[in-house]
Write a protein that binds this ligand. Sequence first.
Ligand SMILES: NC(=O)c1ccc[n+]([C@@H]2O[C@H](COP(=O)([O-])OP(=O)(O)OC[C@H]3O[C@@H](n4cnc5c(N)ncnc54)[C@H](O)[C@@H]3O)[C@@H](O)[C@H]2O)c1
Ligand SMILES: N[C@H](C(=O)O)[C@H](O)COP(=O)(O)O
Length: 357
Amino acid sequence: MLKKRRLQPSSFTRLRLAVVQQRPRLAIALGDPAGIGPEVILKALAHGSLDCGVTIFGHRSLLTDCYQQLIDQGAQDCIDPERLMIVDVGESISAHWGQPTVETGAASFCYAKTAIERTLAGEFDAVVTGPIAKSVWKQAGHHYAGQTELLAECARVERFGMMFVARSPHTQWQLRALLATTHIPLAEVPRQLTPGLLSLKLDLLLNCLKDNFGLTAPRIAIAGLNPHSGEQGQLGREEIDWIIPWLEEMRSQHPQITLDGPIPPDTMWVKPGQAWYGPGIDAPHDAYLALYHDQGLIPVKLMAFDRAVNTTIGLPFVRTSPDHGTAFDIAGQGIADATSMRAAIELAIELTAHRQN
Ligand SMILES: NC(=O)c1ccc[n+]([C@@H]2O[C@H](COP(=O)([O-])OP(=O)(O)OC[C@H]3O[C@@H](n4cnc5c(N)ncnc54)[C@H](O)[C@@H]3O)[C@@H](O)[C@H]2O)c1
Ligand SMILES: N[C@H](C(=O)O)[C@H](O)COP(=O)(O)O
């Protein structure tokens, strides 16, 4: 009996495999089918070649229906789903643009969870999440503050952060803003903000800037909580009582970094705004730490709503997401801007490549 000899891959095959393995493998979750997720995904993937593998987690029927509607609306810039690798998650559902239901919420949860689990199993390097509606998840029985918390739960991490990254089309300057607190009521912010929380977020930020952006001595701006950072205690005492002492402690622990703050939250965004819009103006900081959701996202979305990317730091894999939501008010009209989804895909490729090197 001839002994079967395992064919050793030739050096060319090994090289080809190595090259193929180097290409980032992206799992894209469709988002809520009643929203603009399917539309911006089909548009984003049509914007020229991408050096990555893409698998969409949703349902082919939803993308085919969306594609047909876009074509009927005269769209030129959307990819034919026939050209895409699509994993059908669950049964096909009927979705009507702008009309989220428990069914679309449940489906979007399963799309995200399946993409995450297959990534944790090592099949993908990054997850790009299409937009979901938190309230619709809740109606479907999924009580998460957002996709970030689902990702952290699946990955079994307790130290994670929500960071927004955007590159200016005017100056190519890159804006990076981390939120110390996110989806909590404003009234909860002062109570949830503690030295321990800020230390955790600063630690995540420093690791992210080093590992993902090659910044080993970053300059970081940290916002105050109160107007005018409390005006020496006249407008609130958090800065005097603990934020300033905490900052002084952090400076002694991290002598290699620049830690400016607590900067008055209104004027902290003046220089990044100038660096975003005005060529030749160097922002004095590499990253911004905002203390709560809208303190960071009002300026970020004012500057970069069309292209900012939400990335979750602290996970064992890359995760990005467009900075917009389901846009139920325009879903189905063919007018959604896919720039942020495209930027989310490109940032996932960039951050994955950094991790591989
Ligand atoms: N990435 C995400 O999963 C994500 C992000 C933000 C909000 N949300 C969720 O989405 C739901 C709706 O949130 P919202 O209304 O506050 O914000 P939204 O971003 O969905 O919409 C805000 C406004 O911007 C417009 N808009 C949004 N994306 C657009 C695009 N790509 N092109 C053109 N116009 C666009 C919408 O038409 C709307 O007028 C909420 O449940 C929210 O929690 C999800
Ligand atoms: N705060 C985010 C934004 O405005 O883009 C958004 O709600 C996303 O949150 P999750 O990725 O946690 O769903």
